[in-house]
Design a binder for this molecule. Structure first.
Ligand SMILES: Cc1cc2nc3c(=O)[nH]c(=O)nc-3n(C[C@H](O)[C@H](O)[C@H](O)COP(=O)(O)OP(=O)(O)OC[C@H]3O[C@@H](n4cnc5c(N)ncnc54)[C@H](O)[C@@H]3O)c2cc1C
Length: 373
């Protein structure tokens, strides 16, 4: 049997949920197809849950600040403005300050600090750092809570959410798309590709090329600490280390640029490199012990310029990409849901997403996002 819909959303992570909610509240009949037995089982449920307005590209500042504004009003989001503190080495200071000024111009309460002020927030050996930036609006949310809330809203507007329903093939049937799964076929005028790290694979099912690649990322967790740590989410741009409190523990990580593809499990060897990097500026890391059972891993969904791919696919009418968030999808999902629904309805997007069109890759993607953690 073939189920007819206005839009089929592939993926029930935070982005798919955002799109499904916004499309269905406009009266479209939406079907969400999710391979896993539960929503948010991809990257969404494995993220570090940070939200921040401190980006180098204006479009990312706008997407995140708009999403944070929405999360503030959503009890299920559990928004906690613990702040983000970036420690910045000399080589990056000039470009970083320029980005901070751009954020300030956009109305963001970002502060530029000297190292003495920064070390009063998070103790560090400032040798090699030129300064820091701080934004009290940045913080953390509950990505699972947000996803479940939006899917419930989508369902109450008539959407169907099909779990255990992997899309295996996608074909064009006249003016419509047909997605085939073990649970039946689904036909719609619009496909929304919200398949996260698998978005490139899903596009390939339809013979399309979307440059999204998985990159495994680790989240290491300490044993409980007494007293509980009260730091903001702290990023060391010298090494790429980040850490933040999670209840009475610290969680931390550092991207391994060589870790690409669908590798699985926790890389314990990488932990050694992370520790060594941490000790460079945060000597107090040597007192921390790891709770191996509390650590986890997941995939970033990376693009060549660390910017998302948003919009209708050229040459494939009705195929809408909402993917490639490169580790920033939680903090951008709320805005992306609104934008996808606006564009699918033929309206202009409330944020200019021209820099996120897939066509930019043909031009060499000249504006990479630099503040990738
Ligand atoms: C360790 C880590 C830390 C992170 N930290 C942050 C952070 O601090 N802040 C932030 O904003 N972001 C962070 N991220 C990134 C964030 O998690 C992602 O950008 C976001 O979750 C993407 O959401 P999504 O809905 O697009 O993808 P996903 O949550 O991955 O959802 C995609 C869904 O598509 C489904 N799917 C795939 N293929 C198919 C198919 N063929 N048929 C049906 N379904 C399919 C998958 O099962 C999955 O559920 C982090 C990620 C990781 C791994």
């Amino acid at each position: 049997m073939t189920t007819q819909a206005d839009a089929v959303v592939i993926g029930a992570g935070i982005v798919g949920a955002a799109c499904a909610r916004r499309l269905s509240e406009r009266g479209l009949h939406v079907v969400v197809l999710e391979r896993e037995p539960a929503p948010a089982a991809g990257s969404t449920g494995r993220s570090a849950a940070g939200v921040r307005v401190q980006f180098s590209e204006e479009v990312n500042v706008r997407l995140s600040s708009s999403s944070i504004a929405e999360y503030r009003e959503l009890p299920e989001a559990g928004y906690r403005p613990i702040g983000y503190l970036f420690y910045v080495p000399h080589a990056q200071w000039s470009a970083h300050r320029e980005a901070a000024r751009m954020q300030q111009r956009l109305g963001m309460p970002v502060e530029i600090l000297d190292t003495a002020a920064a070390t009063r927030i998070v103790p560090a050996d400032p040798d090699g750092f030129a300064g820091a930036t701080w934004c009290a609006l940045d913080g953390v949310v509950d990505p699972h809570g947000i996803t479940m809330r939006w899917l419930a809203q989508a369902r109450s507007s008539g959407a169907m959410v099909k779990l255990n329903c992997a899309v295996r093939s996608i074909e064009r049937h006249g003016e419509r798309w047909r997605a085939s799964t073990a649970g039946g076929e689904f036909e719609a005028g619009w496909i929304v590709n919200a398949a996260g790290a698998w978005a490139g694979e899903v596009a390939a099912l339809a013979g399309l090329q979307v440059p999204v690649q998985p990159a495994r990322r680790m989240v290491y967790t300490t044993a409980p600490l007494a007293p509980a740590p009260v730091y903001p989410l702290t990023v060391d741009l010298d090494t790429g280390l980040w850490f933040r409190p999670e209840r009475d523990r610290l969680i931390f990580g550092m991207s391994n640029p060589a870790d690409t593809g669908f590798a699985e499990g926790i890389d314990w060897t990488w932990l050694e490199t992370v520790y060594e990097s941490a000790l460079r500026h945060f000597r107090w890391f040597e007192t921390l012990s790891i709770d191996r059972r509390a650590c986890w891993w997941g995939y970033y969904e990376t693009t060549p310029d660390h910017q998302p791919v948003v919009g209708e696919m050229p040459g494939a009418p009705g195929w809408y990409n909402a993917c490639g968030f490169s580790g920033h999808g939680v903090q951008q999902a709320a805005a992306i849901g609104r934008i996808a629904a606006q564009e699918i309805a033929g309206e202009p997007a409330f944020i200019d997403v021209a820099p996120l069109r897939i066509e930019r890759f043909a031009a060499g993607a000249p504006h990479p996002e630099r503040l990738v953690v």
